[in-house]
Design a binder for this molecule. Structure first.
Ligand SMILES: NC(=O)c1ccc[n+]([C@@H]2O[C@H](COP(=O)([O-])OP(=O)(O)OC[C@H]3O[C@@H](n4cnc5c(N)ncnc54)[C@H](OP(=O)(O)O)[C@@H]3O)[C@@H](O)[C@H]2O)c1
Length: 283
């Protein structure tokens, strides 16, 4: 029987943008699940087990994309969420930059829905900007998807401040709720302007590659800090990210021990002084 994540103690949730819906401070990434740029079915079972485990433990936000495994990742996610009531998972997917013309956006979203075997995507993101397609046209298609009930919320990924402003200007009845960008202790360039802009405008920053591909899990300094809290370096690195008000993180983990550890990165907070010493150590 599948446990109900909403009953989990210390569930760490954050509002997504200004949309009123709360999601876990830590979700699950899926890049590499089902292949990278091509379809790979060799680890499907393992991936489904890991995703189901994560959902049960509270990591019920899953980040995928039409690009991942050339669509196979979405098929795996669709399979993984099958035993759960649809409203108990929050699915994020992304449209490729090559598919940003109006009709291509609609077609891409329909393709994702089919592979995910669902009738709506919770959050749909533009995977990265494409200067060859007018953003106005793309945002129009994104709003049409919301209007038709195929998508609940709109967001962007890898957008700078100017691109975010432009995207928001073209929306009439929605706002972007998320900018998904690379953010970790080893990649902090968004702190210059993207993060302050998102804080000011209540846009959630969804931090990708939050463990620097696992490198931060081996860090000695984070290990020392973590000892005080009974937490390991990966948990400290993730907690440092979510200690920021509008930041959530989406580590990818197929190893069940990693999934459990990432759950344990939520529900507590590093002290203010530890957040500061970690920030200056990695400056
Ligand atoms: N929008 C974009 O352009 C974009 C770009 C890159 C990534 N993303 C999204 O962000 C997600 C996360 O980024 P990422 O996959 O690049 O890198 P990541 O999450 O920083 O690192 C994933 C690696 O860390 C390992 N790991 C996970 N939890 C761990 C733990 N507790 N201890 C030790 N190692 C751990 C994983 O191992 P196992 O798998 O073996 O458990 C995997 O090798 C992606 O999967 C994708 O959904 C988006």
């Amino acid at each position: 029987m599948i446990s109900k994540f909403r009953a989990i103690e210390n569930m760490d949730v954050k509002e997504l943008g200004r949309c009123g819906v709360k999601v876990p401070a830590i979700g699950m990434g899926t890049w590499g699940i089902g292949g990278y740029t091509t379809r790979d079915t060799t680890h499907d079972k393992e991936a489904i087990v890991a995703l189901r485990k994560g959902i049960e433990l509270g990591l019920y936000l899953i980040d995928t994309a039409e690009m991942y495994g050339n669509g196979h990742c979405e098929e795996i996610v669709g399979e993984a969420i099958k035993p759960f009531p649809r409203e108990q998972v929050f699915i994020v997917s992304k449209v490729l930059p090559e598919h940003l013309c109006y009709n291509d956006v609609i077609k891409a979203a329909r393709g994702s829905l089919k592979r995910l075997k669902t009738n709506f995507i919770d959050l749909y993101l533009i995977h990265s900007p494409n200067s060859r397609v007018p953003l106005k046209e793309t945002m129009g298609a994104m709003e049409k998807l919301v209007g038709d009930g195929l998508v609940r919320f709109i967001g962007v990924s890898n957008f700078d401040v100017t691109e975010m402003e432009e995207a928001r200007n073209y929306l009439s009845t929605n706002d972007i709720v998320v900018n998904q960008v690379e953010y970790s202790l080893l990649e902090r360039s968004i702190e210059r302007d993207v993060l302050p802009y998102c804080i000011k405008n209540q846009i959630t920053v969804m931090a990708y590659t939050p463990l620097a591909k696992g490198e931060l899990a081996r860090n000695k300094f984070l290990r020392e800090i973590g000892e005080k809290y009974g937490k390991n370096p990966a948990q400290v690195a993730l907690n440092w990210l979510i200690s920021k008000e509008n930041v959530i993180a989406i580590p990818k983990a197929i190893n069940l021990r990693h999934v459990e550890e990432n759950v344990g990165a939520m529900g507590w907070r590093l002290s203010k002084s530890d957040v500061e010493s970690i920030s200056s150590y990695f400056k």
